[in-house]
Structure formats: C-alpha cells, structure tokens
Design a protein around this ligand. Structure first.
Ligand code: PLP
Length: 384
C-alpha cells in the first residue's frame, strides 16, 4: 500500500468489539492477568498499551521499519538511544543538531563516561576525522537544524558500519514523507513527534523506528526499564496527526519553496538557507535524497546583527515567535537566542549559527499572507 493509505490504515483496524473506525483510547494502567505469574498480551501500561502500540505500528510502516517505540518526548527517545552505549564509548555527531541534543550529548551522556565529538556530517572527509576506535554511535540530523544542511545518509551509514557503529538519524525536519533513512541504510530513525508527525502543536512526543528486531528488543528493554513512554491520549493525537502527514508536509513545503525564492531575491536578506534553492550547498543531494519536495523549514541570514534579527523575529504577526516547528501554524525564531541558546557560543560561531540567523517553520496559511507578514517585519529593519 502507498504511504497515504498506510498513514490511515496501518495500526488502525476497526475496533473488533464495536466496529468503531477509530480505535478507542485505552486508559488502563494495569491489566488483569490469566493467573499469577501468567502474562496476557498487556500487563502494565509502561510495558505496553494498545493505543500506543497502534501508533507504533503506523510509525513503523511509514518509516519502513520492523517496529517503532513511542516516547514521552523527542529527547526521551534520543536519551534511550544513548543508553545502548557503555562507559568509554564515543558518539560522533553532526555539527548541525538541535540545541537539546547538543545539551544531552555534552552535559548528560558524559556523566556515564561516554564522550562526544561534533564534526561536519555534510563533508564525509571532515566527518571521518571525528571517528575514534571507540565510536559506537554516529548521530546526524537531516536536514540539519538550524542551517538546513543536507547529509548523505547512505554514505554516513556505510561509514558508521565500517567502524562498527550504529547510524541514528534525527528525521524530524524531513519527516518520512520526504526522507526514509532506514531505506538508505540507517539503523535508527528518531523523531520529535511533537513536530510534523503530530502537526498541530498540541502534543509532546518522540519516536524511534528501526529495521532490526534485535535492536528493537534492546531499545524496548531500555524504554521499559526507564519509563519514558508516550501516554494514551498523546498516542491518540499522534495517530490522528499521522493521517494527514503527507498532505500537510507537501502543502507546507510548497509554500516554503515559494517563500524561499522570494526571500532569495530580497536585498534585505544576506543569504537564504533552503535545500530547494540551487544556491544551497546540499541542493543536488537533497534532490536525490528527498522525495519530491524540500521541506517546510527555512532559515535566512540578515545583513545585520543579533539585535536586528531579534527585531525582525519580534515583528511578525502571523509567524508566531516560538520555538518548535512542524505544525499548521507558522513560527519564527532566532536560533542564537532560542532553539540553540544551549550551545556553547564558540561552538555556535564555529558551526555557522550566526547571530543574524532567523529560522522559519512554514505552516499551512496562505502563502500571500505569509509573504506580506515577512515583508512588513523586514521593514522593521529599515525603521531601526
Ligand atoms: N530533534 C529536533 C530536530 C528538534 O527540533 C527537537 C525539538 O525541538 C527535538 C529533537 C527534541 O524533541 P522534543 O522537544 O519533542 O523533546
């Protein structure tokens, strides 16, 4: 079955008892057992819940995996992956990663004796130099956050495997509509389901999808032992969001593409970072790796400073000033003071996250209204 069909039907069989076309939300925290020491399909909600299981089935199908695990947040999902590692292991991660992931890798995982190197995953030679004999996990975000960098997933998978490491890909920005990393050789796909998968800014969730049942079992063991599971109500919301994922991502991407072209021709803008523009260094790779569109995230650099970028970000009316992304309403933010504030300032500078950078999450509003909104906000620059 095709993607859109699976988004609606995989994991969503009618309720056998009532015929309801939307499966019920199962709220029970515990389940009656057939006998002492005997276990039914479900026993306790941390270990398994039918509503969560249903959405995990949909996620596995959409990401071409053998199974999925749904978490209470994207960070809980990434944390679960790091708990596969042991003392003295090493993580190699791309430079363009979410600020919260940066913080986890620098402030939490080192407590367990696991160290981290950041290197540019868009240039394989540079990325290779970050490997050590102890590297067990290679972690990339694609497109990267916030510069929309594009990494060659197949090449990164080969690199990781040659060195006995797993490749994990944070696929939050692309969503499985546009990129399916497991099909390109990645071992683990991760999502902040809070973003496109949920799609309506009304749930916090995370997901891991894998193609190896043995790896799934290891991750499930950690998830069950540590407890960061997605609750039944959020599992329902996520399931509902997934049904329109393809429509939303494609429509939002079309709008982002139009805005990127318009901004690229605006003299008030220094540089637009959008993989759909031929000027983007990752454009050719994105054309091969992404499925018919380039996503709905775009960043641009102003000719001005930190204060000017802040002024523009604070001057939009439709684009709301907020972190997060991927929902029907458009958002604007300044990475240096918001999503990437937890970066060490020197790392921010080294990795090209400039003070004048602004990131947009393009929603489902009419493109003309969004363009008008950005236009009047950029006028705030002139006024200053
Ligand atoms: N990965 C990316 C690319 C993100 O943008 C975020 C959150 O903004 C996360 C991971 C973390 O997800 P969550 O906020 O759901 O914990």
């Amino acid at each position: 079955m095709k993607f859109r069909t699976r988004a609606i039907h995989a994991g969503n069989a009618p309720d056998p008892q009532t015929g309801a076309v939307v499966p019920p939300i199962h709220v029970a925290s515990t389940y009656v057992q057939p006998g002492a020491g005997q276990w039914g399909q479900f026993d306790y909600a941390r270990s398994g819940n039918p509503t969560r299981q249903a959405v995990e089935t949909t996620l596995a199908s959409l990401e071409s995996g053998c199974g999925a695990l749904a978490f209470a947040s994207g960070m809980a999902a990434i944390h679960c992956v790091t708990m596969l590692l042991q003392h003295s292991d090493h993580i190699l991660a791309g430079t363009d990663i979410y600020g919260g992931t940066y913080r986890l890798f620098h402030k939490i995982t080192p407590r367990a004796g696991i160290d981290i190197t950041l290197a540019d995953s868009t240039r394989l030679e540079a990325f290779t130099t970050g490997l050590t004999p102890r590297t067990r996990l290679v972690w990339i975000e694609n497109p990267g956050n916030p510069r929309l960098t594009i990494s060659d997933i197949r090449a990164c998978a080969e690199l990781a495997h040659q060195h006995g490491a797993l490749l994990g890909v944070d696929n939050t920005f692309a969503s499985p509509v546009l990129t399916r990393p497991l099909e390109l050789g990645a071992d683990i796909v991760m999502h902040s389901a809070t973003k496109y998968l949920g799609g309506h800014s009304d749930l916090l969730g995370g997901a891991l999808v894998v193609r190896d049942p043995e790896l799934l079992a290891r991750l499930y063991f950690v998830q069950n032992a540590t407890g960061g599971v997605l609750g039944p109500f959020d599992s329902f919301l996520l399931s509902r969001g997934l049904k329109t994922l393809d429509l939303r991502v494609r429509a939002q991407s079309a709008t982002a593409w139009q805005l990127a072209q318009w901004l690229a021709n605006d003299p008030r803008i220094d540089r637009v970072l959008y993989p759909g523009l031929p000027s983007h260094p990752g454009h050719a790779l994105a054309q091969r790796q992404m499925d018919g569109a380039f996503g709905a995230m775009l960043s641009f650099e102003l000719r001005g400073s930190f204060d000017q970028a802040r002024r523009v970000a604070q001057s939009t009316q439709l684009f709301q000033l907020a972190v997060s992304l991927g929902a029907v309403e458009s958002l604007i933010e300044q990475p240096a003071s918001m999503s990437h504030a937890s970066y060490d300032p020197s790392d921010r500078q080294r990795h090209g996250i400039s003070d004048g950078l602004i990131r947009l999450s393009v929603g489902l509003e009419d493109v003309a209204d969004l363009q008008h909104d950005l236009d009047q906000a950029l006028d705030a620059l002139d006024a200053g």
